[in-house]
Design a protein around this ligand. Structure first.
Ligand code: PMP
Length: 354
């Protein structure tokens, strides 16, 4: 039986997707060729690209609203600089909620003045700052919707009338939001979409063309839009798997369906963290992420016992990030509820033993 996979990313993908993806590696579309040995300009792959792009917009409710979906290279980390390259003339506002926001800020500083509107660094990013003001004279506001490492998630996004940019790498397609409030959304594929190697960028075309600098072609959103996300050879396999995952999600009932499942999983685990006297949650309760739950043992002398128990229960990927320590249970879209139950069972067994 497959392990219960709580890995933070790359992470669990649906079984049916893995099955179809493995078949396509050997024989794609029954054409006696592998998906990864055909031209990216051939009709079968162009169809994959178009399907993946339109499914992404459809699932987010952004069809016919002036948005384009792109599948680019370089991970979300390249988007840290690409957003600034394409959008930052003078000044931009950033909310600092952890390592990934911090890295985005570092890159953006190469292009202009950065106003850090608020930061939760004072408590090692275990909460989401609130009540901050965003200056009106900035080119855009950037935030990270879900902080993969610290296990916090923005529940209420600030109302900002300008251009809104969001790194949704670790919670895209997991919960219902008014995605039309964002002008640019980016997400590395390797959480809720597919294998590492491609990055989804959803962009409202009208925000482009407003910076004065020359932009190298590979970093220019306009170039990728004009070439239908085929300016250079795209990451054919990660895009194909992303398409399969988006099809899987659509068939299940889209974001409204998966959000309910994600809420059930998060409730089950957080209830146990709060009930079980051996454990303590890391993130502030109101800001807890439904994707990545961070928690610690109250008594560290139980670490070895607990670690042996969850590994014996066929659980994978529970170690916390080195900057937080403790444990992190990542519960992305493809993780079944019974995997969370398996973890809760181990936590309860530890309580009986201790
Ligand atoms: N942003 C967030 C929220 C992330 O979780 C990650 C990676 N885990 C990144 C950005 C960086 O993504 P990549 O490794 O694709 O560059």
């Amino acid at each position: 039986m497959k392990k219960h996979n709580f890995s933070a990313g790359p992470c669990i993908l649906p079984e049916s997707v893995l099955q179809k993806a493995s078949e396509a590696i050997v024989n794609f579309n029954n054409d006696n060729l592998s998906l990864i040995e055909i031209s990216h300009r051939s009709k079968p792959f162009v169809d994959v690209m178009e399907n993946a792009r339109s499914l992404a917009l459809e699932l987010l409710g952004l069809e016919n609203k002036g948005y384009k979906a792109l599948f680019l290279h370089g991970g979300a980390s390249t988007q840290f600089l690409m957003t600034a390259y394409n959008l930052l003339n003078k000044k931009a506002a950033y909310l600092n909620t952890g390592t990934w926001s911090d890295k985005a800020i570092k890159e953006a500083k190469l292009f202009g003045e950065i106003v850090e509107v608020a930061s939760s660094k004072d408590k090692n990013f275990n909460y989401i700052p609130k009540g901050y003001k965003i200056p009106t004279d900035v080119d855009y506001f950037h935030c990270t919707s879900n902080n993969t490492i610290f296990g916090t998630q923005i529940k209420n996004f600030p109302e900002f009338n300008g251009v809104n940019v969001c790194d949704m790498s670790s919670d895209i397609f997991s919960r219902q939001l008014d995605f039309s409030k964002f002008d640019l959304i980016y997400a590395g594929a390797q959480k809720n979409m597919g294998p590492a190697g491609t990055t989804l960028v959803i962009i409202k075309e009208e925000i482009l063309g407003k910076v004065n600098r020359a932009i190298p072609s590979m970093l220019d959103y306009k170039v990728h839009i004009d070439k239908d996300s085929m300016f250079n050879t795209p990451a054919v396999f990660p895009i194909y798997v992303s398409m399969l995952t988006l099809e899987w999600l659509k068939e299940l009932g889209g974001i409204p369906f998966i959000e309910k499942v994600n809420n059930q999983k998060a409730t089950l685990l957080y209830n146990e963290i709060d009930r079980n006297p051996l454990f303590k949650g890391y993130a502030a309760k109101e800001d807890r992420s439904h994707m990545n739950a961070t928690f610690n043992l109250v008594d560290h002398s139980l670490t070895e016992t607990f670690d042996t128990m969850w590994k014996e229960a066929q659980i994978n990927g529970l170690n916390g990030h080195r900057s937080v320590g403790g444990y992190r249970a990542s519960m992305y879209n493809a993780l079944p509820l019974f995997s969370v139950q398996a973890l809760v069972d181990v936590m309860q067994e530890l309580e009986r033993k201790a």
